[in-house]
Design a protein around this ligand. Sequence first.
Ligand code: G6P
Length: 369
Amino acid sequence: EEIEKGGYEHFMLKEIYEQPRAIHDTFRGRLRPDQGIIKMAGIDQNSERFLNANRIIIVACGTSWHAGLVAEYIFEDMARIPVEVEYASEFRYRNPVITENDVLIAISQSGETADTLAAIKLAKENGAFVFGVCNVVGSSIARETDAGAYTHAGPEIGVASTKAFTTQITVLMMIAMKLAKEKGVFSESKYHELLTELEGIPQKVERTLETNPLIEKISEVYKDSSNCLYLGRGYNFPVALEGALKLKEISYIHAEGYPAAEMKHGPIALIDEQMPVVVIATRKGHYEKVVSNIQEIKSRKGKIIAVVTEGDNTVKELADHVVEVPEASESMTPLLTTIPLQLLSYHIAVMRGCNVDQPRNLAKSVTVE
Ligand code: G6P
């Protein structure tokens, strides 16, 4: 096991650090900015199904469901295809309306999650086209779907999912870009620009990982908290949900993710000097609005840990701690902003003496209901 951990103290930390490589492996052989193409057999052979779809329904559980939420923003924004994201466990039992013109995308790291598998079967029975985004090659979901794309993240051992999440987003982004191009939403130059930017993401993830010593210091300050709030907007709202999930999974601190603007409809009542609030405030996309949310937290004496774009000075004045990530298009920021939140939950859990790789009561793959 020590050899498998490759010198890291835990699988989770190893997998966090593997992300630049894992994302690279996800687009290796597929993304070709020099030729202006993305090659994905599962999409190339079925693009008509996607382009003629009434809507895309995404089903998943846990962290994969959060990747689905990010994909909702990506697909609607880039490819202009309506998307619904569903918990597989709810979808399968609520007598959903599914037609032959629907495309269902099932996202699953393990490819074995029972509820996701059941949702796939239901969609197939109703004539929908079912596409899988899995990590484990040859898994049940990979076999049950009509077509699919693997994430190629390599084995994920830590129960709390990390590199599976960022590679799922990478695959889904490539699909959305491809469809946007085929639909004519993107010009050649816009397409080329985004392809090139995506190719540069692993290097930006690498730079983001350099925030680790700072995050360790921040973790020291908040390790004894009993609650934590995570806020984000737009593409970074699902990242806030994922940050909160990571913290509760491995450190057992109660954490909630919220869309920043919804704060005033509830969570603001919880804010006092004991409450750490992690805010994703990257410069693109509703930045000013998030800054005003930060001001509201500050005036209630909440402790602010902000994830900002490199060189940001406005938030630095207001927040207790700032963690910088490299500049990127808004759609690509989740691949960066997620990293500090993974590290924060990791360090806090280690400092609290928790079993990071095998948290209590949780399983890597939930193959029963
Ligand atoms: C479990 C794991 C999570 C994972 C979820 C969905 O709860 O602990 O890390 O996100 O299942 O798993 P899947 O393999 O379908 O992505």
